[in-house]
Write a new protein. Structure first.
Length: 369
């Protein structure tokens, strides 16, 4: 009985959270049909919803809460039975779980970004395929009119019909891809499967309004805030203190040598980790620049393909080209549009991976709460 009441309360709380995010976050909840609803979200909406609905992140928060409880219990216990070791262990566990929570959130945000853009890409690919079908219908109409007038062969009509069939088939495939992308997106956000999701996005504006990367500034942030740097820096500080405190007449010489060896090893590890972080930041930065250039090239090719299609269509209507030339131009345009879309998605994800890496937040236990 208690379990049923608890489950009902939990479902009610989750529903209230979703409604609150919808109102405050700005995404729309639209009626679709009985038993189904539609959520239209931008990327920021999706990130907020994931933080409340993703199961893995929720478990990481529970781990952090448990570490907080353990820390408070150790402090209370220390008042009756002082134990520096116990308090220190609880404090270290507290810091580690705080770092783990931040790491889980960063990984979740990148996964949400990827799922969001996969959904947006699938939506836009479907739109491109629908446009291609309309162009194929138009081409068939023109070829049929010319055939009826004795200006085109039956072979040209059959070619146009085949192209229309292919275009219609590609729409079915694109719809299947969209359903799969939507399922992955809903799973990432912790949404029910009967929810229809729509990714809102205006690709041109997101690129146009993006600030220029200051790599030197970002590299300084990376060297200050990346968790692998922070952890090895803390270890280095402890090793230096151990060497300093052992420099007395009471510590055995063998112990001193062990402390010095440990310090030298950590210094080497620090240099190694620092170099690795710098290389990764540089690699991600170059990936953004390469993706940006690829997007510019793909956009230029798409513009050229669209212009060529318009010219070939006019030339065919005036009897200056054969049907296959028109149909080929239409196929080239569709492929160019798809390539442009993929290039944009590559750029977006390259940018998000870079920002996720260099904008790593400083681990703050109070903020983690």
């Amino acid at each position: 009985m208690y379990g049923k009441i608890h489950s009902a309360v939990k479902r009610t709380v989750l529903l209230l959270i979703v409604i609150l995010i919808c109102v405050v976050g700005g995404f729309r909840v639209l009626p679709v049909c009985a038993g189904e609803r539609e959520l239209a979200l931008n990327l920021e909406d999706a990130r907020k919803l994931a933080l409340s609905g993703n199961a893995s992140y929720s478990m990481a928060r529970l781990d952090f809460d448990a570490a907080e409880i353990q820390f408070e219990m150790s402090q209370a216990d220390a008042l009756m039975r002082p134990s520096v070791v116990a308090v220190k262990k609880a404090e270290n566990a507290r810091k580690n779980t705080a770092r783990a929570l931040v790491a889980k959130e960063q990984a979740l945000m990148l996964d949400v970004d990827s799922a969001y853009y996969s959904l947006l890409s699938a939506q836009m690919r479907l739109d491109i395929r629908k446009k291609a079908e309309e162009q194929a219908k138009d081409a068939l109409r023109i070829v049929t009119l010319k055939y009826d007038a004795g200006l085109a062969s039956k072979v040209e009509v059959i070619s146009a019909e085949i192209q229309l069939q292919r275009a219609s088939s590609e729409i079915l495939s694109a719809k299947g891809d969209l359903e799969l992308a939507a399922l992955a997106f809903k799973q990432m956000l912790g949404l029910s499967l009967d929810t229809k999701v729509v990714a809102l996005g205006a690709p041109e504006s997101s690129v146009r309004d993006r600030e220029e990367i200051d790599f030197d500034e970002d590299l300084a942030k990376v060297l200050a805030n990346r968790p692998e740097i922070v952890e090895i820096r803390d270890a280095l500080e402890i090793a230096e203190l151990e060497v300093e405190f052992s420099d007395n007449d009471y510590t055995p010489e063998l112990a001193k040598r062990l402390y010095r060896n440990a310090l030298e090893k950590i210094r080497l590890q620090f240099d190694q980790v620092t170099q690795g972080v710098q290389i990764e930041a540089c690699r991600l930065y170059l990936a953004v620049r390469n993706a940006e250039r690829g997007m510019e090239v793909a956009r230029a090719v798409a513009v050229q393909a669209e212009e060529n299609y318009k010219i070939m269509k006019l030339r065919y209507e005036y009897g200056m080209e054969i049907a296959n030339t028109l149909l080929g131009a239409q196929v080239n345009l569709t492929e160019a549009k798809l390539a442009e879309l993929q290039a944009f998605m590559n750029y977006e994800m390259a940018w998000l991976r870079y920002k996720n890496y260099v904008d790593y937040p400083v681990t703050d236990i109070d903020e983690a709460k």
